[in-house]
Design a protein around this ligand. Structure first.
Ligand SMILES: *[C@@H]1O[C@H](CO)[C@@H](O)[C@H](O)[C@H]1NC(C)=O
Ligand SMILES: *[C@@H]1O[C@H](CO)[C@@H](O)[C@H](O)[C@H]1NC(C)=O
Ligand SMILES: *[C@@H]1O[C@H](CO)[C@@H](O)[C@H](O)[C@H]1NC(C)=O
Length: 496
């Protein structure tokens, strides 16, 4: 412990004593998150295949703010022992990481399984379990094999079978030891960013391709879930879900209430309603709006490809828990669709509404577009329980971005504390939250923000060949939370 953290902790101890700290139950899973492409590097190690992110960054380095790429990233392909050690230092119960499809299946298909790819993930999984840390595995965190993109990627309905084959390989190789599975990370980003010039495959197709992708991600998830259910559950008794990213939306004024409901359906319902609602299929009001918008532009097909009644039943209920990625909140302001801004993604133009930060909401240090509104996660959790009747929720991503590399990131520590307070509040009001994993264990390749934007509990030196990882104050704070299973009182934490 250094001097500064000793001072911080003594402040916590002194002010915290006597009053009631908030305690989390023994079964609650504290964890940290990462993703293959953002940390592994080793992009051409051994027989690994090329991913759509490799292709994008090698052909269009200009789309990344600092021109960096994922060739080496945090070099976790070689430094996985250090990653496990960091999990131990943090005292976490789970480590959420993803598997690189082209590393394991270089052709994209199961005709050939990479021996080195398999060993890499076996080492990581076994190393974590030896330390008593559960692996929480994301099957797909955006790094599609380029070979499958060349065949149409997420717009081709055959992806449902391609992914099913990949999922079966994963379950066969790893599900004796991996009990928590996430099929897809943030389908909204897979489709809306990938077909909206914001991420690989970097296509400009927000009228057709994006919505084909919307249906296929849901079918992919459902099939992968059903394979586990039918072939592996009775052997290994694990749990399967998918991580949806949700912004919490509230109306700026009462006149914006309807637009806000549509915004929730556009961002959350489009990827959740088919799975979690009693009705299944697309959210009806959103489907109607998007069909009208498409018709007005002369398209003969509805934007959202219809589900058959069999497909509705096939997708409905394919979850063992709800996995939520939540970062920030927005207020919704109804405007003329022609004048609507488009951040983030396309909902604002479709709905005719802008998203603004609440005037009283604090902002992240330096990354000022990011509103700090911890109550948003509490409201989001209650909304999911009340809307979908889901009462088994895991928060699979949450964290605070900053452009500052500082190790003295008290604002991040404070934010994690305040979020956990709101999670605890939802739990005391009857929402069953299984666990919480921080994004991110360490600074990494943050997609189009390159190495500029930092979320890490650990700082990573990207100019050092050893990619040295150094704990920030937030790492020390989080380690104290995981060890005591409590968060200290608010007054003791408000440093900035
Ligand atoms: C509250 O938490 C602080 C800091 O972790 C600790 O020192 C203190 O003893 C706790 N207070 C109670 C009543 O548990
Ligand atoms: C792997 O990629 C690096 C660039 O990141 C390049 O320098 C190296 O030659 C490549 N290795 C092989 C075996 O292709
Ligand atoms: C990062 O590593 C480089 C090379 O080892 C070193 O010169 C530099 O001081 C390091 N930066 C920090 C912030 O530690």
């Amino acid at each position: 412990m250094n001097l500064i953290s000793a001072v911080v902790l003594s402040v916590l101890v002194n002010l915290g004593s006597g009053a009631q700290n908030l305690t989390f139950p023994p079964w609650f899973l504290f964890g940290v998150s990462s993703a293959a492409f953002q940390v592994e590097g080793g992009w051409n190690a051994s027989d690994k295949g090329e991913s759509i992110w490799d292709r994008l960054l090698h052909t269009h380095p200009d789309v990344i703010v600092d021109g960096t790429n994922g060739d080496v990233a945090c070099d976790s392909y070689h430094l996985w022992r250090r990653d496990i050690e960091m999990c131990e230092e943090l005292g976490v119960n789970v480590y959420r990481f993803s598997i690189s499809w082209p590393r394991l299946l270089p052709s994209g298909f199961p005709n050939y399984i990479s021996e080195d790819g398999k060993n890499y993930y076996n080492n990581l999984i076994d190393g974590l379990l030896e330390k008593g840390i559960q692996p929480l595995v994301t099957m797909y965190h955006w790094d599609l094999p380029q070979s499958l993109q060349d065949l149409g990627g997420w717009a081709n309905p055959l992806i449902v079978d391609w992914f099913a084959d990949y999922a079966r390989v994963l379950y066969t190789l790893f599900s004796d030891r991996v009990k928590y599975w996430l099929t897809l990370n943030e389908p909204m980003v897979i489709c809306d960013a990938g077909y909206g010039l914001m991420g690989a495959p970097f296509l400009d197709d927000t009228n057709i391709g994006l919505y084909l992708c919307n249906k296929h991600v849901l079918m992919v998830h459902a099939k992968a879930y059903r394979i586990y259910d039918e072939e592996f559950r009775h052997l290994h008794h694990g749990m399967v879900s998918l991580s949806n990213v949700a912004l919490w939306f509230e109306p700026e004024t009462p006149a914006d209430t309807e637009a806000t409901k549509l915004m929730m359906q556009f961002y959350e319902g489009r990827y959740a309603h088919a799975i979690y609602s009693k009705l299944g299929g697309w959210p009806p009001e959103l489907e109607k709006l998007l069909t009208e918008n498409g018709k007005r532009e002369g398209y003969p097909y509805p934007r959202l490809p219809p589900f058959t009644p069999e497909e509705i039943e096939y997708v409905k209920g394919t979850y063992d828990f709800y996995a939520l990625n939540h970062y920030t909140s927005k207020q919704v302001r109804k405007v003329d669709p022609d004048k609507a801004g488009s951040w983030p993604y396309y909902g604002s133009k479709e709905i005719g509404a802008d998203m603004v930060n609440g005037p009283a909401w604090e902002r992240a240090l330096s990354a000022t577009w990011f509103a700090i509104y911890p109550e948003g996660i509490y409201k989001q959790l209650l909304w999911m329980k009340n809307n979908y009747g889901v009462n088994n929720i895991m928060i699979t991503e949450n964290g605070l971005p900053s452009f500052e590399p500082t190790l003295y990131d008290l604002k991040r520590a404070n934010h994690i504390r305040n979020i956990l307070e709101q999670v605890h509040r939802a739990m005391t009001e009857g929402v069953h939250v299984l666990g919480y994993t921080v994004w991110s264990m360490m600074d990494n390749f943050e997609w189009t923000s390159g190495h500029k934007l930092k979320y890490g509990l650990y700082a990573v030196n990207f100019t050092d060949v050893h990619r040295t990882r150094t704990a920030r104050e937030s790492a020390r704070f989080y380690a104290s939370v995981t060890r005591t299973r409590t968060i200290p009182l608010h007054e003791t934490m408000d440093f900035e």
